[in-house]
Design a binder for this molecule. Structure first.
Ligand code: 3PG
Length: 211
């Protein structure tokens, strides 16, 4: 998968935490129906790999990314489950190298110039900036880019991104997409409120179209 072009087209990536495997398919259906087909299913719960495989098999149009990939075991499990690419909140050179060796597109997380510099050295042209709002938000990213723009790096901020600040991030050309949990909130998942999630997704998708 060409991660940069797929993520850029999607614009907003729901960061998903599946506690109960039965929620995976209806949740993914609501998000895809709302206009957000690229889904980051995080390895923060035991059923992440199963959720990726199930959504891939049952939800046409969904494009599966594994998130919070911190270990080699998770990297292998994500690939086996059918994830097209992996994302991590931090930068671990061992995992990035393992992904490169296996031909798995990998987007590491960075929050400093040093981490970004190391990620670029390992060939990562696309990084997650996490936790975006706490680390300094749009202003911090613009300042970082002052030194790194020439590298052509592309950025996906996550952490504190929500409908009300998405456009601030979209105003930075190197930010090709944003991610967040606001589109798949815990309470709505718990309540099986798929209509509410579809609406959150379509509100976000409208901002992507207007970008
Ligand atoms: C992530 O891993 O991208 C974050 O958990 C998303 O942060 P948020 O919950 O503030 O959207």
């Amino acid at each position: 998968m060409d991660m940069i072009s797929t993520m850029s087209k999607a614009g907003v990536i729901p960061v998903i935490v599946i506690e109960d495997i039965e929620k995976a398919v209806p949740l993914a259906r609501a998000l895809v129906k709302g206009g957000l087909p690229v889904l980051e299913v995080t390895f923060r719960t035991a059923c992440a790999a199963e959720a990726i495989a199930k959504i891939k098999a049952e939800v046409p149009g969904a494009i599966l990314i594994a998130g919070t990939v911190l270990t080699l075991e998770q990297l292998e499990a994500a690939k086996a489950a059918g994830a097209e690419a992996c994302v991590a909140p931090g930068f671990d050179p061992a995992i990035v190298k393992a992904a490169n060796e296996r031909g798995i597109p990998f987007c590491p997380g960075v929050a400093t110039a040093s981490e970004l510099s190391q990620a670029l050295s390992l060939g990562c042209k696309f990084v997650k900036f996490f936790p975006a709002e706490s680390a300094g938000g749009v202003k911090y990213i613009k300042d970082l880019l002052g030194a790194f723009r020439w590298t052509g790096v592309k950025i996906m901020p996550t952490g504190g991104v929500k409908l009300s600040n998405v456009n601030d991030y979209f105003a930075v050309p190197e930010i090709i997409c944003v991610g967040g949990t606001w589109i798949a909130p815990k309470d709505a998942i718990k309540a099986n409120d798929w209509a509410a999630i579809e609406k959150l997704a379509s509100d976000a998708a409208a901002l992507v179209r207007a970008r």
